[in-house]
Design a protein around this ligand. Structure first.
Ligand code: UFG
Length: 257
């Protein structure tokens, strides 16, 4: 896939500029505001997208950093800014948290994310199929070198992710230095496996059709989790069924709002 540095073929310059403005510009503004307030400790939401097309899975934090789209590029630029800031000024301590695929919602069904328009991501699309908003799940490719040919990802419950942030904050306080660390479960789950887990958790069948691969998708992406366990004393605990049940509860609450 072509990637010119800031945007990939198929992305608009407007979209690339929006990611740069929001993520990179926003991070630079935040750092300046934190400096003014004499606050130099930051937990940053980075993404597994900074690993681009991985050479091997599970992906460890020492894997090469590279990106395949403007979103990834913007996250990597933020990481670069924050890494250089720490090298230049020892008062700064930053935890770069590389999220894998956050899904689910607060178990109360009261806090979650409501995507605008048709969701790009798999879990919200599945919950909308379950709610009858789409006739079937569009599976983007079944010819990847994976367990069943569909894309494999490391889905992590947002509540586990939240606990990972607390663990990172404690690390910064305890160690007095920054860290770049994966937040994932370490388990790869395919598109069809996630749809099956959703049915298992909710009793609702998810019809699907196989479509062509989506441009820019990687076959398989899941985390090495030993650094998170050793450094943060954190590991993800919630199951794929819990992620599905909570995502579905949230979808139903949103519909009743
Ligand atoms: N997929 C489908 N149908 C859909 C949506 C997704 O088959 O309707 C497939 C994709 O092809 C992929 C898997 O489901 O194999 C997961 O796709 P997502 O869009 O949910 O997640 P991605 O891993 O592609 O991307 C996500 C975030 C990015 C982030 C990246 C980090 O959306 O912002 O994880 O690795 F950068």
């Amino acid at each position: 896939m072509h990637f010119t540095g800031l945007k990939s073929v198929g992305e608009s310059w407007q979209q690339a500029a929006q990611y740069l403005d929001n993520n990179v510009g926003g991070t630079a503004c935040l750092v300046a505001a934190m400096e003014r307030a004499s606050v130099q400790r930051l937990v940053f939401s980075s993404s597994a997208t900074v690993y681009g097309q991985p050479d091997a899975v599970p992906i460890s934090e020492s894997a090469p950093l590279r990106t395949t789209n403007s979103y990834g590029r913007s996250k990597l630029l933020c990481e670069d800014i924050l890494r250089e800031l720490q090298m230049a000024d020892s008062r700064w301590q930053v935890a770069l948290l590389r999220y894998f695929n956050p899904v689910g919602a607060h178990t109360s069904g009261l806090i979650g994310e409501k995507p605008t328009g048709v969701p790009n991501n798999l879990m919200p699309y599945i919950t909308q199929v379950a709610a009858g908003q789409h006739p079937f799940l569009r599976v983007f490719g079944d010819d990847y070198p994976t367990v069943d040919g569909t894309g494999v990802r490391d889905y992590i419950h947002v509540m586990d992710l939240a606990k990972g942030h607390l663990a990172a904050l404690h690390y910064l306080e305890r160690e007095g230095k920054g860290i770049a660390v994966n937040l994932g479960t370490g388990s790869g789950v395919s598109v069809l496996q996630l749809a099956a887990a959703f049915t298992q958790a909710t009793g609702i069948a998810i019809a699907h059709q196989i479509l062509a691969r989506r441009q820019g998708d990687v076959a398989s992406c899941y985390a090495a989790t030993d650094l998170a366990l050793n450094a943060l004393a954190w590991r993800a605990q919630l199951s794929i069924e819990a992620m599905c049940a909570d995502a579905w509860r949230w979808e139903q609450s949103v519909r009743n709002l």
